[in-house]
Design a protein around this ligand. Structure first.
Ligand code: 5MM
Length: 340
């Protein structure tokens, strides 16, 4: 392995070190605006900074958080006392990462409502700059929708192709690519359908990664869990979720890849933890070759966001709520979570 790649493999392994996972705090300006709106806070640059600074200054979180995915604004931002936000993380041994996609846009030639992620133009130059500012890993999210006549094979193929192009550029630039093909949990589909689509998606993603010479030892996969659609009345339980989820990876993911870091996908806090716990247990039972961990956005942030409410006097309560979400999610990742 080239020395560049062995350094990347070391970073990938550090991101999935025992008990640790990733905080996804890379909401684009529109998405963080929706989150802030839910607590009646205006979407301004100081508000975004105050909120994220609250998270990053949480004492003890570094015991559970190996890395944080940032949005472009945050990577370049300074905290209220002028410390670069990146330094708030690196001073605690947390690895800074960066979201580099330009968002999911309507897919020309796809079924109605299908999306393709943009952002490849000029990516080589942006990656070089992000690395220079301090990022050591990156993230690109593709979105696959399950619905009537969806996903089309076109949607899966173009998104997988773009993920592989992104991943190859990241490895060239000295950044570990987190490859995120998210099969949405929204809809009335069965868990069987979720399994089928997730498997087809991952099969194509890893085919494209191999075709474009991406080294599996220096990437992380950020997938959805295989769950029943949110509108299903009789949703599958955690044991079924775990069995199907791990099986899909056994069928598609190279054993040499260091880790799988799940997204939470809008599951409630309890499900995000109970399902992760069941998947981690299943991983141990089948001697899964990869670390099984998390890269949660909402799963770690919903509680602290609510506790914060935009008020400086609530910072300690919000940090306590964040630390607790980190602690519980880390326990689930270690298969040691218990509800009691
Ligand atoms: C944190 O949200 C990320 C960025 O979303 P937008 O580009 O839409 O603003 C998102 O990619 C996130 O990292 C993943 O969806 C995982 O987050 P969840 O909340 O599903 O764990």
């Amino acid at each position: 392995m080239a020395s560049n790649l062995s350094e990347l493999a070391a970073t990938a392994n550090a991101l999935v070190a025992p008990a640790k996972g990733i905080l996804a705090a890379d909401e684009s300006t529109g998405t963080i605006g929706n989150r802030l709106k839910s607590i009646n806070v205006e979407n301004t640059e100081p508000a975004r900074r105050a909120y994220r600074e609250m998270l990053f200054r949480t004492e003890g979180a570094a015991n559970y958080v190996s890395g944080v995915i940032l949005f472009d604004e945050t990577l370049r931002q300074a905290a209220a006392d002028e410390t670069p936000m990146v330094n708030l993380l690196t001073d605690q041994g947390i690895i800074p990462g960066i979201k580099v996609d330009a968002g999911a846009k309507s897919l020309a030639g796809g079924a109605n409502g299908e999306l393709v992620t943009e952002g490849l133009d000029g990516l080589r130059e942006r990656l070089a700059e992000y690395r220079q500012i301090g990022a050591r890993f990156a993230k690109w999210r593709a979105v696959i929708t399950i619905g009537d006549g969806m996903p089309t094979s076109t949607c899966i193929e173009v998104n997988a192709h773009a993920l592989a192009r992104y991943a190859a550029l990241c490895q060239e630039a000295g950044l570990v690519p987190i490859v995120e093909p998210e099969v949405l949990m929204d809809g009335g589909h069965s868990i069987e359908r979720a399994e089928e689509v997730t498997e087809a998606t991952l099969r194509e993603v890893f085919r494209q990664l191999a075709a474009q010479n991406v080294d599996p030892e220096a990437i992380l996969l950020k997938p959805n869990m295989v769950v029943s659609g949110y509108d299903q009345s009789n949703r599958a339980g955690a044991a079924d979720v775990a069995e199907r989820t791990v099986r899909v990876f056994q069928h598609t993911v190279p054993a040499s890849m260091p880790g799988i870091v799940f997204l939470s996908g809008g599951q409630n806090d309890e499900d995000a933890i109970v399902n992760l716990q069941a998947i981690a247990e299943r991983g141990i039972a089948v001697k899964a070759p990869w670390q099984i961990s998390y890269s949660y956005g909402r799963g770690l942030q919903a509680a602290p966001l609510k506790a914060w409410g935009g008020k400086p006097e609530n910072v300690p309560a919000a940090q306590a709520a964040f630390l607790e979400r980190c602690r519980l999610t880390s326990a689930a990742r270690e298969a040691t979570y218990s509800a009691n």
